[in-house]
Design a binder for this molecule. Structure first.
Ligand SMILES: [Zn+2]
Ligand SMILES: [Zn+2]
Length: 450
């Protein structure tokens, strides 16, 4: 097998892997780098000869896996895209949102190449999907040979899948982004546990040890306690979240808490894309054993859309719980604008429930002490930090010890490290040093053979 990581900057970015096994050539995921813009954010597709791919696997719909799929598919129009039914449904909604964002950024960031694809490119994808059921092998034939591809429930998000591919008794397993814990709306991953030859493993949490007291449910209790206190003193709570996944999970957490009186009634506001995805999750839930979600949550919480125009630096007219994207307070998003209005008052609380990259406004805010100034560069606004800033660990990724245990169980001859920053990969390399597997931390754009 030959493997090339097409993500030019390494780490977690424009996730995309080119795999060659015998006569078969395929790509797993086709992302965009979340911190870069324009052509720079793209995987290096010049290494993939046009019209050369037998298939593309899309593991899930986060943009670091999905964001450049219309480009790769435009260059390989006859290539089927293998994915779960849920992933196909969500992909379309996420990509049309991306087109709108890129059109806006074209002028704002002076990027003449934007949008990288248009609505037509997105809508044409619909017919290129080949839907796979979880655990049902799909055979691809070429030159008298067969490759069998199977998707496995990954627990990372609705529709998310791990993937295995077998040929002539040799099996490769790609974890993709994976979470073993159950979430409120989604069951945990069920990877295959038979030995494999090659394991391509995500390493996101290589640098994050989980303290015993920080188990998911205990963290949720703390989030709710912060919300309760904030509402009691008449303040607002901002919970910056990804629109896909974490927002819907938090809606269910809030509904349960309100139902048993753990938080007082207060209006809940959400942003548009996340509310739209509620409807997708509702439909998917009807057909899936792994997903448990109903759109009734919006009604029972009385969720309202957040105002289209949020005046920077002004507290919202109505105190409440603001469950809005982006999760890292990225510029020009509702969470960024709301934070600017809430930060200056000690009545309010900002609760991060996931990872914040240190280079994002959210990451920078987390380094500030109470009373220090914080600058919202994009809107030229400075305010002292008076609101309470909290961070809890409700990650969508498996703990590093769980991944090590999986690696031991699968007894692979070779392990490729993937989807992790360099230091996170270092931790895995060291932790696996005395395992019988050969561990490879691939350099970007270089071909490896295993
Ligand atoms: Zn993901
Ligand atoms: Zn990812």
């Amino acid at each position: 097998m030959k493997l090339t990581d097409l993500n030019p900057s390494g780490g977690i970015g424009a996730n995309s892997l080119l795999i060659e096994v015998g006569p078969f050539r395929f790509v797993i995921d086709s992302g965009l780098h979340p911190k870069l813009a324009g052509n720079e954010a793209m995987p290096k597709f010049s290494l993939v000869e046009r019209k050369s791919l037998d298939f593309i696997v899309l593991t899930h719909c986060h943009l670091d896996h999905l964001g450049s799929l219309p480009v790769l598919s435009r260059e390989n129009p006859d290539t089927p895209i293998l994915a779960t039914q849920a992933t196909r449904a969500i992909a379309r909604r996420m990509l049309s949102n991306s087109v709108a964002v890129m059109k806006r950024q074209r002028g704002e960031l002076n990027l003449p190449e934007y949008p990288l694809y248009n609505r037509e490119d997105v809508s044409i994808l619909k017919d290129r999907f080949q839907l796979l059921d979880i655990e049902k092998p799909f055979a691809i034939e070429k030159d008298g040979e067969t490759l069998e591809v199977t998707l496995h429930h990954a627990g990372h998000g609705v529709g998310a899948a791990s993937c295995s591919a077998s040929r002539n008794g040799q099996t490769i397993f790609f974890t993709g982004d994976v979470l073993f814990n159950d979430q409120r709306i989604l069951k945990g991953a069920k990877p295959p546990l038979n030995p494999v030859d090659i394991l391509v493993m995500e390493t996101t949490r290589g640098l994050t040890a989980r303290a015993p007291e920080k188990q998911r449910e205990a963290e949720i209790v703390r989030v709710l306690e912060d919300i309760r206190k904030t509402i009691k003193r008449g303040g607002s709570v901002l919970i910056p979240v990804f629109a896909l996944g974490r927002m819907q999970e938090m809606l269910v957490v809030l509904e349960e808490a309100r139902h048993r009186g753990a938080i007082p009634p207060a209006p809940v506001f959400c942003s548009g894309l996340g509310m739209d995805l509620v409807n997708y999750f509702h439909e998917i839930s009807k057909q899936s054993h792994e997903v448990n979600f109903s759109r009734k949550v919006l009604k029972s919480l009385g969720v309202r859309p957040v105002a289209r125009r949020i005046e920077p630096g002004r507290e919202p007219n109505q105190p409440g719980i603001y469950l809005v994207s982006s999760g890292m307070l990225v510029e020009n998003t509702p969470s960024y604008a709301l934070a600017s209005g809430l930060l200056g008052s000690d009545r309010n609380t900002i609760i991060f429930v996931g990872y914040c990259d240190p280079d994002t406004p959210g990451g920078k805010l987390l380094t500030k002490q109470n009373g220090q100034d914080f600058t919202f560069e994009a809107i030229d606004y400075i305010t002292p930090v008076r609101a309470r800033i909290r961070q809890y660990d409700l990650s969508g990724h498996a703990d590093r010890e769980e991944l090590l245990a999986l690696a031991k169980k699968l007894e692979p001859k070779t392990i490729f490290l993937h989807h992790g920053d360099p230091k996170a990969r270092d931790w895995f390399r060291e932790a696996l040093a005395d395992s019988p597997s050969h561990v490879i931390d691939p350099e970007p754009l270089k071909q490896y053979e295993a």
